[in-house]
Design a binder for this molecule. Structure first.
Ligand code: HPA
Length: 241
């Protein structure tokens, strides 16, 4: 039994990864047990403000969950084990579903800061793949499919939940860059031509690892800014407070 499973009051059914500035979602966890990443072997030591670095284990609306506050990014040094381990540990602890969240820049002028966007598909422009290297066939296949990587049924449920509470939820394609520099205006124009609706520095690798090990994935971007070149001010990391 892994450390996450050992510390959880009940085996988590759903894993939730909180993006920058979204840590307050963990307050919704009932009977919460908070475990610092320092106590979880192979978990990242967050280096970015706004990423707490703890797992909150408990229930939301009766469903056993593991909420991960803090994640590793490619720009922190490229140790992909730090992205693989937490997701695989969630799976091994019993999770079936992974909910990913992030802060992202919007490429659509009508989808401004404060909007929410359900991710329907992704484009990985980080220059790396989290599954590169030897494959462990007991975890998943060498060449996993990414068709319907963002689970269509969970996507429908996400919209039903948003409708039920009167929250507008856009749909779109999330494009990931490695960072940490923001994009150039020319890159943003190129990414729009490629079909991207939002740009960020996370999520795609977690989705790939999750699909590889058989987790169903759903993901939401919290739009923190319009992408570079679309507003007077350059994007700033104001969401990382
Ligand atoms: N670009 C990349 N990552 C981001 C952005 C952006 O504009 N906003 C939030 N994360």
């Amino acid at each position: 039994m892994n450390e996450l499973a050992r510390r959880a009051p009940a085996p988590p059914r759903v894993g939730i990864v909180l993006g920058s500035g979204l840590g307050a979602v963990a307050d919704a966890v009932e009977d919460a047990v908070r475990v610092s990443y320092e106590e979880l072997p192979g978990f990242p030591r967050p280096t970015v403000a706004g990423h707490a670095g703890s797992a909150v284990l408990g229930r939301i609306s009766g469903v056993p969950v593991a909420v991960l506050q803090g994640r590793a990014h490619v720009y922190e040094g490229g140790d992909m084990n730090l992205i693989r381990t937490p997701i695989r540990m969630l799976r091994a602890a019993g999770a079936e579903i992974l909910v990913l969240t992030n802060a992202a820049g919007s490429l659509r002028a009508e989808v401004g800061a404060g909007s929410l966007m359900a991710i329907t598909d992704h484009i990985n422009m980080t220059g790396v793949n989290v599954l590169a290297g030897p494959n462990d066939d007991t975890i998943g296949p060498r060449f996993p499919s990414l068709r319907d990587a963002y689970d269509p049924e969970l996507h429908t449920r996400l919209h039903a939940a948003a409708d039920a509470i009167g929250v507008a939820l856009h749909d779109g394609v999330y494009l990931a860059v490695g960072g940490p520099s923001f994009e150039t205006p020319a890159e943003i124009r190129a990414f729009r031509t490629m079909g991207a609706d939002a740009v960020g520095m996370s999520t795609v690798h977690e989705t790939i690892v999750a699909r590889h090990c058989g987790l169903r994935v759903t993901a939401v971007s919290a739009i923190s800014n319009l992408a570079e070149g679309m507003q007077d001010e350059p994007p700033r990391a104001t969401w990382r407070r």
